[in-house]
Ligand binder design. Structure first.
Ligand code: NCD
Ligand code: ZN
Length: 354
């Protein structure tokens, strides 16, 4: 039987939610990943934008998975920006060094009233200076929803339009450590691959962006084909998918694993009015990455991508544990605790050895 043994991987981008859903999903991530960056875009007032909420949230994760190395970013909201001067020193003392920005309106529970255009405001500029002074990471969902005339940009082009804002950051804050979350367009990926190495940039790549394309999600009439595959950034075209896959196999340490596993209940995923964006992939994500690397004859790049480059970017030691995958087909679960699983009902050529 063919096997792959690698250092236990690190998930550079995952959503756990809170309450019962959190209890339901955390074990699926923790069984295959030794740690991860756990995003705090929780519903309503629960967005993790204060130290107290941050500590409580991390505590809740550790209660479910005590050995999971959870990095919990502070979410950039208007409240956090207003309190930036006091939050930074307090966060630093506690070792909180990642700040995440999810523009409002664009995806699930982002920061109301804020978009990438706000990068130009004095509050954001000062915030970027503080990030640099304190050697923190700015983790950002680079998509822009409206053009400068206030017209909505087609979701397929929202990421490439956001490259301008990344350029602005690199030009004005060249020392800023930037995490480009879930790059999904060939334009973004080529832009980053061509950047000089002096910039401190990391990029997570999601397995769904290496697997699906836009026409599998939305048809030529603009209607959903399968809203369970709807996520932000939306899946694009074969050329984009190729760019994602090539970056995974490039051996370039700027690109590493981050699943963006983002659970939503089936009702929310398939409702007619605005289905929720987000794909719950962690029950099968590692197996799918293994399948992809193996199918392309790129196994030798798998461990660095999955287990080494991510921890390195966040200043962590890689795991001391190993994990073994076996080339034996397994059915993907359809639903877990009412949450549809990525490619549920389908099959994956690799499984994790227990
Ligand atoms: C994420 C979620 O559901 O929390 N959704 C998604 O489509 N990726 C939020 C996000 O990362 O945009
Ligand atoms: Zn996400």
């Amino acid at each position: 039987m063919e096997t792959i043994e690698i250092t236990k991987p690190f998930n550079g981008h995952v959503h756990f939610r809170n309450g019962q859903m959190m209890k339901d999903v955390v074990p699926y991530t923790a069984q295959h990943y030794f740690g991860g960056v756990c995003m705090g875009n929780l519903p309503g007032d629960e967005v993790i934008d204060t130290i107290e909420k941050n500590l409580a949230y991390k505590g809740a994760i550790l209660e479910i998975a005590p050995s999971f190395k959870a990095i919990v970013p502070l979410m950039v909201t208007q409240n956090l920006l207003a309190n930036r001067k006091t939050i930074f020193p307090a966060a630093k003392k506690l070792g909180i060094r990642v700040y995440k920005f999810l523009p409002g309106g664009l995806s699930t529970n982002g920061s109301p009233g804020l978009s990438l255009y706000d990068f130009y405001t004095p509050a954001f500029r000062e915030f970027f200076e503080l990030l640099i002074e304190n050697d923190c990471v700015f983790s950002c969902h680079f998509e822009v929803e409206f053009d400068t005339n206030g017209k909505k940009i087609d979701p397929r082009y929202q990421e490439e339009q956001a490259i301008l804002f990344l350029q602005y950051l690199l030009r004005n804050f060249p020392k800023l450590k930037i995490m480009v979350e879930h790059a999904s367009s060939w334009q973004m990926i080529h832009f980053i691959r061509n950047l000089p190495r002096k910039y401190r940039i990391g990029v997570t790549l999601a397995i769904h962006h290496a697997s699906i394309t836009f026409p599998m999600v939305i048809n030529w009439r603009g209607k959903f084909v399968d809203s369970r595959l709807y996520c932000k950034p939306i899946a694009k075209y074969p050329k984009d998918r190729e760019a994602v896959i090539e970056a995974m196999f490039s051996g370039d340490p700027r690109f590493f694993l981050g699943t963006d596993s983002a659970p939503h209940l089936l009702e929310a995923k398939i409702r007619k009015e605005k289905p929720a964006a987000g794909i719950f992939s962690d029950p099968i994500s590692l197996q799918k990455y293994a399948e992809l690397f193996d199918a392309h004859g790129k196994r030798k790049y798998f461990e660095n991508f999955a287990s080494i480059f991510g921890p390195e970017f966040y200043g962590l030691d890689p795991s001391k544990e190993k994990i073994t995958l076996v080339k034996e087909a397994e059915k993907n679960p359809k639903l877990i605790a009412g949450i549809p699983v990525f490619l549920g009902g389908g099959e994956t050529a690799w499984r994790v050895k227990n």
